[in-house]
Write a new protein. Structure first.
Length: 342
């Protein structure tokens, strides 16, 4: 498997030519995927691309139409969820309201017939991991949303799962708490060495949290790799677009180039930019002041002669410096031009 070879880590789980159809609709299309042991893997993509369906197949809630799923090297395709040894956290915390926090966290252990003494130790350990040991006797409804999410996380890790599955676990939290929980989950993962699979449509979350990022579109993997590699070298236009590359140009040889808005420089005169690999005469069509930076919307002709709209993010400029109708030069050095495949 390409991923395992890249990182040298063995596989915690594998999808082998997995397809999921709902009637005529193919939600996951012959997917091959290796989830590295001890790695934080993220499935990233827009709504409907098949992330949740993939996670549900791994968890055992949905059977693949075709293909095999392996967990720890064993064929798990037809195993029921409770026999897979996985922990799962959903967007809705799904805590049992009549049980205390400790009982919620110990629930999976009780099902697995872990004795009381071991169970209590594992519950305490899991609650300490998420910083909630002091709330063990509370009922879920007396906790904040963030605390309830931590309880759900503690419940999933208490069973010491082979793989921890997280389906958009942070999307019900407010922006600040979400950012805080990202680093907390990341810390728990690295302390425990757990294999984690996170599903998200949030590229910042994926970039920040993953060792391995899997970008999906229409039930297929578009690109897989370390976040920094995917970010700096997106394989195609879809991945580039999804990761915030706003500018796409075609050269006279028909090659597609992508440039991030923060890497497109603007100069008043063409002569300032003679050293750059890319120089385009452009006209300002709109200006948006955003405090930290100013966005310039530009109209230009790309090297193939096509009219294109461009977006440049300028920092430290006087926001009144450019107005619609101004002519300028948009440029970028060679190392900022990302060449895309199909
Ligand atoms: P989101 O972020 O919106 O959850 P997703 O990438 O997780 O998106 P999935 O939930 O995996 O996407 O859904 C993929 C596609 O499969 C969607 O078009 C969805 O409508 C369809 N789908 C999922 N489950 C079923 C089902 N049980 N029956 C029919 N269609 C389904």
């Amino acid at each position: 498997a390409p991923f395992a070879a890249e990182t040298g880590s063995p596989a915690a789980a594998e999808f082998r030519e997995v397809t999921q159809r709902f009637g005529d609709f193919t939600a996951v299309d012959r997917m091959d995927l290796t989830i590295g042991a001890g790695q934080f893997t993220t499935l990233l993509g827009p709504s409907g691309c098949g992330k949740t369906t993939s996670l549900r197949m791994l968890a055992g809630y949905t059977r693949p139409t075709e293909g095999r799923i392996l967990i720890n090297g064993q064929d798990a395709t037809t195993l029921p969820p409770e026999k897979r040894g996985l922990g799962m956290v959903f967007q809705s915390y799904a805590l049992f309201p009549h049980m205390t926090v400790a009982e919620n966290v110990g629930y999976g252990l009780k099902l697995r017939k872990v004795g009381r003494v071991d169970r209590e130790a594992q519950v305490t350990e899991a609650l300490e991991m998420v910083g909630l040991a002091h709330l063990a006797r509370r009922k879920p409804r007396s906790l904040s949303g963030g605390q309830q999410q931590r309880v759900a996380l503690a419940r999933a890790i208490a069973i010491r799962p082979t793989v921890l599955l997280l389906d958009e676990p942070l999307s019900n939290l407010d922006a600040r708490l979400r950012v805080q929980m990202r680093s907390e989950i990341r810390r728990i993962q690295s302390e425990t060495g757990l294999s984690v699979v996170l599903v998200t449509h949030d590229q910042d979350e994926a970039l920040e949290m993953s060792d391995d990022m899997v970008v999906m579109k229409s039930g297929q993997i578009m690109q897989q790799g370390h976040p920094a590699d995917v970010f700096s070298a997106p394989a195609n236009r879809f991945v580039a677009d999804f990761l915030g590359y706003e500018n796409f140009l075609t050269t006279s040889q028909g090659i597609t180039l992508a440039i991030r808005p923060e890497h497109l420089q603007v100069q008043d005169t063409e002569t300032d930019a003679v050293d750059e690999a890319l120089n385009l005469r452009a006209t300002v069509t709109d200006v948006a002041y955003r405090g930290v930076d100013t966005l310039l919307m530009l109209r230009a002709r790309d090297p193939s002669g096509e009219e294109v709209d461009l977006l440049a993010e300028t920092r430290g400029e006087d926001p009144g410096r450019y107005t619609p109708g101004d002519n300028l030069t948009a440029s970028a050095p060679r190392h900022r031009l990302v060449q895309l495949g199909d």
